[in-house]
Write a protein that binds this ligand. Sequence first.
Ligand SMILES: C[S@@+](CC[C@H](N)C(=O)[O-])C[C@H]1O[C@@H](n2cnc3c(N)ncnc32)[C@H](O)[C@@H]1O
Ligand code: SF4
Length: 363
Amino acid sequence: MRHLYVHIPFCPKVCPYCSFYKEASDRNKTQAFLDAVLLELDTFGSAGIQPHTIFFGGGTPSALSTRQLDYLIRGLRDRLDLSALREWTLEMNPATVSEEKAELLLSLGVNRISMGVQAWQSDLLARLGRVHSATQALRSYQILRQAGFRRINLDLIFGIPGQTPAQWQESLLQTINLGPEHISAYCLTYEEDTEFFRQLAIGQLSQDEFQDADLFEMTMDTLTRYGYSQYEISNYALPGEECLHNLAYWSGNDYLGLGPSAFSMVSGHRWQNISNTSSYVEQIERGGNAHSFSESLSLETRLSEKIVFGLRMNQGIAEELLMPWSANVQDLEDAGYLQRRAGTISLSRSGRMVADAIGEVFV
Ligand SMILES: C[S@@+](CC[C@H](N)C(=O)[O-])C[C@H]1O[C@@H](n2cnc3c(N)ncnc32)[C@H](O)[C@@H]1O
Ligand code: SF4
């Protein structure tokens, strides 16, 4: 088990577009949640686990207080063999960054921060229901750098209702100016069970797919021009700064996920924990697991998933994996969506524009 994910389901405030499992921070629940995560880890014989990467995602891990982060991270450190650890990422919201927190995280071994900036314009931040201002995002970035974080990712979103191409260009350039090692640029998706989805359904919001495609092209052009290589559809990194945890996940490696809603994949077996913090804590405290579903993946499903995820990465996948679909591959190559290169097949630039549809061919 080389890759460990911990889901922290708390946020300072819930954003109307987001479908990750989260709830508004609740002080009464947090200690029991932290103990449950450590207890869940113990059920896997934690001493034998030697992770190469750890990823604290959410929700908002930085919504935990400095004391709570200290408790959780020390709990993990006491249990795991960290001698092979290369990357420990923690997601932060700019509203929950402090000098004290940043210094503690660094001193306990967290060596990479991923922070959700989304946009640098106050009207767009308000549209997204974010709790922080652009000034606060800038200050938080500086706090992280001054504390000594050398690897930082900033998340951005394009396709925000009301966002103009000029604003997106400005967001990209302002982000590049700060020089983070990694930039994730996501197209806004209207996820079911979100407030934005409801507003889209009743016509209060509208989506301009043609503009979204233009903004995606602008993203690829701008970021690559400044030295960020697009190693996955939505992820760009300076040389050698790719996120190792996500690369492992997209390459189909095993990973263990702790916390409510977390997925795990171990030896062809996949499960997801229940997406409810109170039920998760109760089930773990009772000594059981907290799975909401589990499945054994057939070889065909594992192959399909490897292809779908592999094609999202610019390194592509080995040509021989696509043998069963050779006719489809030829058609997609002729249409200019796929390209062959030294025994690998990857999406061309126009293929990246329709990656989801291409993925479906191989499911
Ligand atoms: C778990 S959050 C990151 C940390 C922190 N919770 C925050 O929002 O600042 C992961 C990222 O997913 C992206 N995201 C969430 N919902 C999205 C959506 N519906 N469409 C596109 N990107 C989304 C945002 O860029 C967000 O920063
Ligand atoms: S985008 Fe981040 S802060 Fe907003 S609800 Fe989702 S996880 Fe929480």
